[in-house]
Design a protein around this ligand. Sequence first.
Ligand SMILES: Cc1cc2nc3c(=O)[nH]c(=O)nc-3n(C[C@H](O)[C@H](O)[C@H](O)COP(=O)(O)OP(=O)(O)OC[C@H]3O[C@@H](n4cnc5c(N)ncnc54)[C@H](O)[C@@H]3O)c2cc1C
Ligand SMILES: *[C@@H]1O[C@H](CO)[C@@H](O)[C@H](O)[C@H]1NC(C)=O
Ligand SMILES: *[C@@H]1O[C@H](CO)[C@@H](O)[C@H](O)[C@H]1NC(C)=O
Ligand SMILES: *[C@@H]1O[C@H](CO)[C@@H](O)[C@H](O)[C@H]1NC(C)=O
Ligand SMILES: *[C@@H]1O[C@H](CO)[C@@H](O)[C@H](O)[C@H]1NC(C)=O
Length: 384
Amino acid sequence: MEEHTIVLIVGAGPAGLAMAACLTQLSIPYLIVEREDCSASLWRNRAYDRLRLHLAKEFCELPLMSYPADAPTYIPKDQFVKYLDDYIECFNIRPKYNTSMESCTYDEGRRCWFGMARDMKTSMVVRYMARFLVVASGENSAESIPVIPGLHGFAGEIIHSSRYKSGATYSGKNVLVVGCGNSGMEIAYDLASHGANTSIVVRSPVHVVTKEIVRLGMTLVQHTPVNLVDDLLVRLSNFVFGDHSKHGIVRPKIGPLLLKAKTGRSAVIDVGTVGLIKKGAIKVLDNISNIKGSIVEFKNKNESTFDAIVFATGYKRMANMWLKNGESMLNNDGLPKKEFPNHWKGESGLYCVGSAKRGLAGIAMDAKNIADDILSCLASMHDI
Ligand SMILES: Cc1cc2nc3c(=O)[nH]c(=O)nc-3n(C[C@H](O)[C@H](O)[C@H](O)COP(=O)(O)OP(=O)(O)OC[C@H]3O[C@@H](n4cnc5c(N)ncnc54)[C@H](O)[C@@H]3O)c2cc1C
Ligand SMILES: *[C@@H]1O[C@H](CO)[C@@H](O)[C@H](O)[C@H]1NC(C)=O
Ligand SMILES: *[C@@H]1O[C@H](CO)[C@@H](O)[C@H](O)[C@H]1NC(C)=O
Ligand SMILES: *[C@@H]1O[C@H](CO)[C@@H](O)[C@H](O)[C@H]1NC(C)=O
Ligand SMILES: *[C@@H]1O[C@H](CO)[C@@H](O)[C@H](O)[C@H]1NC(C)=O
């Protein structure tokens, strides 16, 4: 059997849900498929306990629905999930769960996208036909762990940040965190405050800021040149944190907002990690060179024994695995070929929402643009 629809959305995270809401508002029929058995699985099942939205709530709204007036500025994970549940109810979104997209192909002759998905319960193939295809499968589809000699023989526990919940089970253990993005820095703090002997590998320069400094920057940059705002943010951060380069945390040469816009690398919003590093409660270590049993050797030839290694080393995009005619939109790394703000549209009715490394605000923009574009295509089509 083949299900026919106008728009096929792949993924029911915040991006897929935002897309569904915007289409609903324009009365455009769609279907949405999701491989897991719930929406927003990243937030429900793959996030640590103490996670809050890193950015202030005004930068984290999906289209057409605000947070309750009494919501805190930095929304806790459970409250964000509640917002998504309300969103799903409000726009009557009915994702087809347990349905993993395995291949989408464009048929030039029939001018349609053909999707083949797998029902994860029954293993049966489900077929879809749609005029438009929206990729909403996320930037965080699969765990990315670097290749390190000897890692497979590591005697202790290896865990990716997406499966880390809390430091409670690591009390008294020697734990190494690899990666100094927001997840790695916060997990290191969580481990140390639960009594783990915590070390962190900082592999590259990073901007450490406070959430208030970021909020100020994101607000100012709407009316002020980015280099001026960046200068101010660096000055404020240096004032708050002092010089932390002697502790192994070095600022990139390019400012935090420009770095984010150019490379997608976010500044780290400190939750207390820097204070613990300065006190020596969290040790900053060099990059790993290899692993022998439970001994980890570092590039500077030091070595230490660890009970566990947490890899906060990010994610891989997987859309290229199933999207067969995506060359007009995505490169080999699954990143948009066109630069922001034109990244969201490919050829033949192909779109992507949430792939510009701009978080929930970027998702909201993409979803609105795509829905408007689909509406104008439909308005000028005669062969439907
Ligand atoms: C720890 C963390 C904290 C973050 N905090 C913030 C923040 O404070 N503010 C902010 O703006 N952004 C934040 N982000 C970034 C971003 O907003 C989130 O990652 C957001 O969840 C992205 O939504 P998404 O729908 O694009 O992707 P996802 O949430 O990853 O959803 C994609 C969905 O697609 C499904 N899927 C994937 N492949 C297939 C397939 N082949 N077939 C069917 N379904 C598939 C997945 O199961 C998933 O449910 C954070 C990210 C992380 C990891
Ligand atoms: C998805 O599949 C799991 C088992 O694989 C099952 O427990 C769950 O009820 C299914 N969910 C839906 C919505 O079909
Ligand atoms: C750190 O080491 C890993 C594996 O040994 C390597 O892949 C990576 O490129 C290194 N990173 C830096 C910044 O040196
Ligand atoms: C690591 O090596 C440096 C010299 O390269 C040394 O100063 C430092 O004390 C060592 N650190 C640990 C934790 O052994
Ligand atoms: C804590 O970890 C550091 C870094 O690996 C190590 O040098 C130190 O010996 C550990 N302390 C204890 C008490 O195990």
